[in-house]
Design a protein around this ligand. Structure first.
Ligand SMILES: [Zn+2]
Length: 160
């Protein structure tokens, strides 16, 4: 029996799923809670938006955004790595599982410039293939107080 004011939310980090303590709603459509393993965790609520284009936005806009996303390929970056990254991100998106950038780099390694990792995820998000479902402060990379974003294929991608 869940408390209606504070519905049970779970840690979105892949393979975690712990029930978060002290859940509360915060700005930007997120709920925040404490995971025993990942400390402060933010979960997008509701996790998946309806992917119907907003009022005034047509499917042509979607196509245009997709083209712009493709234009985001950085010509100074190893093109083979970028192609491989896009392929793996799509594969992860279609699988329906939650994943992080680490799932990508575990499979295909790091690019010459680490920034390219985020760039491929941004491009996929712009193309409507993936969306973020939450994040935690990265516990491993203590040198960067970076967010560990958790991604999942959009409904469109998962029912592709
Ligand atoms: Zn966790």
């Amino acid at each position: 029996m869940g408390n209606e004011k504070h519905p049970q939310i779970r840690c979105p980090i892949p393979k975690c799923g712990e029930v978060l303590r002290k859940p509360e709603r915060v700005m930007g459509g997120y709920s925040m809670g404490i995971c025993p393993d990942h400390k402060k965790v933010f979960v997008k609520t509701p996790p998946f938006k309806n992917i119907t284009p907003p009022e005034g936005q047509s499917m042509d806009d979607g196509r245009r955004l997709r083209d712009e996303g493709m234009a985001l390929v950085n010509e100074h970056e190893d093109p083979a790595w970028q192609d491989e990254a896009d392929r793996v991100i799509r594969e992860l998106a279609y699988s329906g599982v939650a994943f992080t950038a680490q799932d990508l780099t575990n499979r295909i390694g790091m690019p010459t410039r680490p920034n390219a990792v985020g760039a491929r995820f941004s491009a996929a998000a712009r193309q409507g293939i993936i969306e973020d479902v939450g994040y935690a402060q990265s516990t491993r990379a203590a040198r960067h107080a970076s967010r560990m974003l958790v991604w999942r294929g959009t409904i469109e991608a998962r029912t592709h």
